[in-house]
Design a protein around this ligand. Structure first.
Ligand SMILES: [Cu+2]
Length: 185
């Protein structure tokens, strides 16, 4: 029993080492361009926020999320999934309201499976006639997007570690079984 436990532990450690060293071999996505650009002044609110990265963004439900925050914490991102086009993600935005600074916070899924986050700001110089998202909807949206964020990645890592440990265990076990069988003949 002790050998089984030590084999499993060895497998887990090996799996962790493999995952730990494999991850840095792939670089995370890096934001290379945006529309509107960081620090820009606009006379009219953008219909969408486009973020462009140095490599493809993974498309999927809730993989890529955005917040657009205006004065006094008002929220201006629109409902609906963003559109992924190769290295770019296009997020819908509500018509903007007050002339003010708006902060865009994003979270996208890199080509290597890791989420990357960042933010940029732009200033609306001429007020629009839009209204912010209802406060409760904005809060619910924020908590659900951050809540679902880390879970799938951890599930994936734990699952991979268990698979690696199990594979190593059965490979070793199978190896000794074959040796006995062939020596018996
Ligand atoms: Cu990565």
């Amino acid at each position: 029993m002790r050998r089984v436990v030590s084999l499993l532990l060895t497998g887990l450690v090996a799996g962790a080492v493999v995952l730990g060293t494999a991850a840095p071999a792939f670089a995370h996505n890096v934001l290379v361009d945006s529309d509107p650009k960081d620090g820009s002044r606009l006379d009219a609110g953008p219909a969408a926020i486009t973020l462009t990265f140095d490599q493809p963004v993974q498309a999927g439900e809730k993989f890529n999320t955005i917040t657009v925050t205006g004065p006094e914490g008002t929220r201006w991102e629109a409902d609906g999934e963003p559109t992924v086009k190769n290295n770019s993600v296009v997020f819908p935005v509500r018509p903007l309201g007050p002339a003010a600074e708006y902060t865009v916070g994003y979270r996208v899924l890199s080509a290597d499976g890791h989420p990357v986050t960042g933010s940029l700001k732009f200033t609306l110089a001429v007020a629009g006639n839009g209204t912010p998202a209802p406060a409760t909807a904005a809060n619910a949206e924020g908590s659900s997007s951050s809540g679902s964020g880390g879970v799938p990645i951890w599930v994936w890592i734990v699952g991979a570690a268990v698979l690696l440990a199990g594979g190593a265990f059965f490979a070793l076990r199978g190896g000794t079984g074959d040796a006995k069988e062939s020596s018996g003949r």
